[in-house]
Design a protein around this ligand. Sequence first.
Ligand code: PEP
Ligand code: MG
Length: 339
Amino acid sequence: RREAVAAQRHLPPETVDGHRMVLNANVATAAEAGAALEANADGVGLLRTELPFLTARSWPTRAQHTAALAPVLRRLGGGAVTVRTLDFADDKLPPFLVGERPEGQALGRGLPLMLAAPEAFGDQFRALLEAARTDAGPTRKDAGPTRRDAGPKAGGGAAPDLRIMIPMVADVSELHACRGILYRTAAELGVEAPPLGVMVELPEAVAAADELARTAAFLSIGSNDLTCQLLGLDRRDPSATPALAAHPRVLEAIGQVVNAARRHHRSVSVCGDAAAHPLVTPLLIGLGVDALSVASGALDEVRARVRGLARDDCAALAAEALTLSTAEEVWALVRRDCP
Ligand code: PEP
Ligand code: MG
């Protein structure tokens, strides 16, 4: 089975009725970037940057960001890369932030902490902007969906086609604050700021989806956090599995975000692990997401899944799923209609 799906890597992630999905990779290391190239991903939809700094004793410096990023970007060559800014949270907490957590309270999410240290943000943006102009002059400003012809397969030593994404955004004022720091940093370096998008992974962001879609260059749904948030589960709870994104309450939220993105002509991706789950992929296609971003090791399977589905069937499936009450009912429906 593994070899059979790998043999189809050269084929587009297109449904049987001819709808081309964008299939991106989630990576954090050069090895994962290499695997994404090999599996013919369209681009990198999520480059996680906090992982090298989980034992850090202070906010990483610009040089530390550059040292961590360079090998990954070099491996990717000139492809489309969406880099996520540091995403420290309760489940990913470096020692220097432990003391920042109010006694007995969850830190929950790191964005407000990072916005309280704007120079830390500026250092990461500076490292990113410098990486993006390597060999290729200023960064490009064109937003829109990940270009299909500019994926990691483009290879070579060119600068990445960079986008930046902010995690754990709760409202548009946070996006404005991040954008202010990005624009200031870009002006200091004399380059154009790349497209800035947001992750939608908090219920507050779903509620603010219309405003966020109007202001951000693109949206990417973090189904790992969003599912836990909407269903009242801790991220570290073993019952918090990717398949739970099939819960009608989560599907409804994803549908709302897709509709907001449509109204403002923004692309919308799902970059949580649910994007790769065979019981959830058809629902996401049916709800109208443009792009799926999955672990490098899951690209072959997800491509094969997409190629076996019809978008019209997926849309009918999603509509029916929204009338159900539990994740179990939705799983049974998907097994019946999109086996
Ligand atoms: C998510 O929450 O779905 C996500 C992609 O981000 P992370 O898993 O890094 O929190
Ligand atoms: Mg998340």
